[in-house]
Design a protein around this ligand. Structure first.
Ligand SMILES: NC(=O)c1ccc[n+]([C@@H]2O[C@H](COP(=O)([O-])OP(=O)(O)OC[C@H]3O[C@@H](n4cnc5c(N)ncnc54)[C@H](OP(=O)(O)O)[C@@H]3O)[C@@H](O)[C@H]2O)c1
Length: 345
């Protein structure tokens, strides 16, 4: 199986190429700079891999680069700036597409606008196959099955501060923070109000930590497969404070690649809570190690499933494209664990 990795010269792209190779697939490294792509191929342990140069302003070259691959994984962000030409090229080449974005408004726009073209081409476009948007959407679906009707579904990224981030992630998070979060209320998306929950228990402990509204992918994805009056998202206040401090000067001083030891030691944790507004709720959580490695695993497995199973076409959320419990079960071999409990009063 040939997997085209766009943005393969970046940190996430390199890990994705390495993951595809490790799974017995043939990564094709695509991007705008041949020298950086060749260097990335060596660093990914794929020195012999094919490198193809195609910039975002050359749609025909992009579609050509994808044409003989089974699926495209796009790792070039911020996706708000660079994502859509790559999606259009994948659709033109009739190839399934996933990406590693966590950008809420970009995901919303892709899901709102790309479905028709993807359906006509017979391919699936699944944005947000990363350690937050993928597991977050899947666990929210499983949690929501326990409660009906749902007054509010809350998605929370409860990873603690400390896991180190790449410059690319910091640049993207600064932009996401500046845009502000959306809430989904009564059938449509609006700039988030201020009444979101202000603290949340960390699963497995009695500890409640302060949380604040933040633009997570789940608000864009979950309402497309779960019926809930309101969907909101929060992160820990101590993590939000770090994002708030990300001016462009600070971003430029962050190393291109995160500290290896801190990355490997870090854990991510996504929580979903469905409330019926009458005192009952269900809660689900999913956690795993090394968010960047797992993002590569999630994106490559998503691409593989689309290329081998692929009856589905259109712009889809992770839970629409893949069986939630089966996909999370697959991640179990990468030390990912998850649980759904409730309803509880
Ligand atoms: N949601 C999540 O949990 C999650 C997890 C991992 C990554 N991500 C996202 O994935 C993206 C990449 O992160 P990263 O750490 O890998 O960043 P990075 O190391 O800075 O890599 C960025 C990649 O995008 C390419 N690129 C940038 N501008 C481009 C342009 N104008 N035309 C073509 N290619 C362009 C770069 O190519 P050059 O090498 O030629 O500059 C590079 O390959 C970020 O948006 C990040 O937020 C999200």
């Amino acid at each position: 199986m040939r997997i085209a990795v766009y943005g393969a010269s970046g940190f996430t792209g390199r890990l994705t190429a390495a993951e595809a190779l490790g799974r017995g697939m043939t990564p094709v490294l695509v991007g705008r700079d041949e020298e950086r792509l060749r260097k990335a191929a060596v660093e990914a342990g794929a020195a012999d891999a094919e490198v193809r140069v195609a910039g975002l302003d050359t749609p025909a070259a992009l579609a050509d680069a994808f044409g003989d691959c089974d699926a495209v994984v796009n790792c070039a962000g911020p996706f708000t700036s660079w994502g859509e030409p790559v999606i259009r090229a994948a659709i033109a080449a009739r190839r399934h597409y996933v990406d590693t974005t966590g950008e809420q408004r970009y995901i919303n726009r892709v899901l709102d606008t790309m479905g028709g073209a993807a359906e006509r081409a017979g391919v699936a476009v699944v944005p947000g196959m990363a350690d937050d948007g993928g597991p977050g959407d899947l666990i929210a679906h499983l949690t929501a099955e326990r409660v009906s009707p749902i007054e509010e579904l809350l998605i929370a990224d409860m990873r603690p501060p400390g896991g180190s981030a790449s410059r690319g992630t910091a640049r993207t998070m600064a932009a996401v923070f500046a845009d502000g979060p959306l809430d989904y209320v009564d059938g449509s998306w609006h700039p988030a109000g201020s009444a979101a929950r202000t603290s949340l228990a960390v699963p497995g402990s009695e500890e409640e930590v302060p949380v604040t509204g933040f633009a997570l992918p789940g608000v864009a994805t979950v309402p497309r497969h779960v019926t809930a009056r309101r969907v909101r998202s929060v992160i820990r206040e101590d993590v939000a404070a770090m994002f708030r401090a990300l001016t462009s000067d600070v971003v430029d001083r962050i190393p291109e690649t995160p500290d290896e030891d801190a990355r490997r030691a870090s854990r991510w944790l996504m929580v979903a809570r469905a409330d019926d507004g009458r005192g009952h709720h269900a809660q689900g959580w999913v956690t795993g190690p090394d968010g960047y490695r797992l993002t590569a695993v999630i994106a490559v497995e998503g691409a593989r499933r689309l290329a081998t199973g692929g009856e589905q076409a259109g712009a889809l959320t992770p839970a629409q494209a893949f069986d939630p419990a089966d996909f999370l079960g697959f991640l179990g071999s990468y030390e990912v664990t998850w649980q759904v409990t409730g309803p509880a009063a």
